[in-house]
Design a protein around this ligand. Structure first.
Ligand code: NAD
Length: 265
């Protein structure tokens, strides 16, 4: 069944999305624009951003920004706030997944995953907070994962980064709640994206698929990955981010929203 969007509930909302060049970040960017928001979409991939721009209705500005690079973030967020004339919503969707047996994971690989996922979320949020606190209803939507709370094989670094994002989000919610800021983590599982499409390239060569037996959605899904995983489309997550960015989410903060088709029910 196609999604019919009849609302303009995000009219006048000024939004910065990271990771806007692919998967969930792209779907979220398009959904927020469809609901009337003004959006700056950023990504480390200029090619990804061109694809998002090509699919977008009016109202989208894009530029490259590397969330793991402090100076790129500081200048990128500043430019986004100028382009939007302020900031109401930050969506930290940029992320990477490097997987390996834990005993074979290099320090470089561990540090890279933490640098993009966890430190990147911190850097962008820190740079955006002054503008978000000037908004009458600021929102930070961070991307955790079901791997933060439920065992995922070969993903110790990724899972640790996503657990850190949940804890970081709780702290933000309490620290800034009195000033009207909300902070929420989305915890997706099994969503079609660049990460899940490339699973064949990042799984260890001796992968034991039986360890993934606990990671199956109970709801029907529309897609299957190369390695046979049942996954939902990224728009299933985008609609929830749109709700959180709007007045409809005004009493939701300091929590996680799991979107996994009932995998961990
Ligand atoms: N797809 C899933 O099932 C799933 C499950 C749990 C969590 N997530 C999370 O959802 C978020 C979106 O990922 P996705 O699944 O859509 O994957 P994706 O690969 O399609 O999108 C991730 C985007 O982040 C960008 N990116 C990577 N490194 C970056 C950097 N240093 N600076 C800026 N941008 C960078 C990539 O270029 C890409 O466009 C991620 O945080 C991911 O961990 C996804």
């Amino acid at each position: 069944m196609a999604t019919v969007i009849v609302m303009e509930r995000l009219r006048d909302r000024r939004v910065l999305v990271t990771g806007a060049g692919s998967g969930i970040g792209r779907a979220t960017t398009l959904r927020l624009l469809e609901e009337g928001a003004q959006v700056v979409g950023t990504d480390v991939s200029a090619e990804g951003l061109s694809g998002t721009q090509a699919a977008a209705p009016p109202g989208l500005t894009t530029f490259t920004m590397d969330v793991a690079d402090e100076s790129s973030v500081d200048s990128g967020v500043k430019a986004a706030v100028v382009a939007l004339g302020g900031l109401d919503v930050l969506v930290n969707a940029a992320g990477i997944l490097l997987a390996s047996h834990t005993h074979e994971t290099s320090l470089e690989s561990w540090n890279r995953v933490l640098a993009v996922n966890l430190t990147g979320t911190f850097l962008v949020t820190r740079a955006a907070l002054p503008a978000l606190l000037e908004s009458s209803a600021g929102v930070v939507v961070n991307f955790s994962s079901t791997s933060a709370s439920f065992a995922h094989p070969y993903m110790a670094a990724y899972s640790a980064s996503k657990g850190g994002i949940q804890a970081f989000t709780h702290a933000l919610a309490l620290e800034y709640g009195k000033r009207g800021l909300r902070a929420v983590s989305i915890a997706p599982g099994s969503v079609k994206s660049g990460i899940t499409d490339s699973a064949a390239s990042w799984l260890p060569s001796d992968v034991d698929f039986s360890l993934f037996g606990r990671l199956l959605p109970i709801l029907p899904t529309d897609h299957t990955t190369e390695v046979g995983n049942a996954v939902a489309g990224p728009e299933t997550v985008a609609g929830v981010v749109a709700m959180l960015a709007s007045e409809d989410g005004k009493f939701i903060t300091g929590t996680e929203i799991r979107i996994d088709g009932g995998t961990h029910t």
